[in-house]
Design a protein around this ligand. Sequence first.
Ligand code: ATR
Length: 278
Amino acid sequence: MNMDHYCVMGNPVAHSQSPWIHARFAELTGQTLHYGRRLVAADGFADAVRAFAAEGGKGCNVTVPFKFEAPALAQHASERVLLAQAANTLSFSPEGIVADNTDGIGLVQDIRANAGFDLRGRQVLLIGAGGAAAGVLGPLILAQPTGITVANRTTSKARALVERHTPLAMLHRVALQTSALDTVPGAFDLVVNATISSLSGASSPVSASALKPETLVYDMMYGPAAQPFLNWARAHGAQARDGLGMLVEQAAEAFSLWRGVRPASAQVLAELRQRLAA
Ligand code: ATR
């Protein structure tokens, strides 16, 4: 390979925006690289990663359903991978495969930099306790809100997730608690939906008593899948934001890890919004 190659591996992967995002980052930073996509068979992830590394690939992003398999392939993993128990970014180095997870920092960066919302001193509700929620709880703690409540349909999963993050939360003086969906305590400054309940047509997994007029309501999905929840938020007077910025910001963090240079992510987010609206 005469230029550095990267790709996104997933199943499905045809509609991934990552190749376009990384190509734009490369143009804007003057980097020469190729970023492709690889559709990987359900039982073929480890082989696909090893094959790409053997071909001289420099690294890959990992998406559904392989994020949970990715850490086991790595010789080195970041703290955020250990907390999330999942990885979305692999780097191939002479010392082996390095695993990282940029999803959570992508969410925090989009909320902080693109939405202009300061998390410090705020009360946060994280709805869900699956892979998507696990990927963001650590970086949400590091952003130092006053408290984070994790609410999930299956409360035992919320408790396990919170337990794993308790040392980090104590270190950063963030109060962590769990809740059932129908007994969410009080109203929040930020509400993040990390469930897939919208896919079954439900509007919101929690009641509107979780909202205040100035609450920022965030769905980690984008496009039609995010709309029921965001429409519900708007109908109750809250600010609504989809996860497109998170997608671009997690990519920007991966690009920085690989290339050592930060792309103009806000510009690429604006361009991607226009592209998807067209
Ligand atoms: P992901 O990796 O996308 O997070 P997941 O690990 O299957 O996928 O987690 C899906 C999340 O959506 C879980 O929090 C799940 O709740 P349970 O842990 O109780 O299964 C939540 N979820 C899925 N369907 C839901 C629904 N109809 N109402 C509320 N929560 C739902």
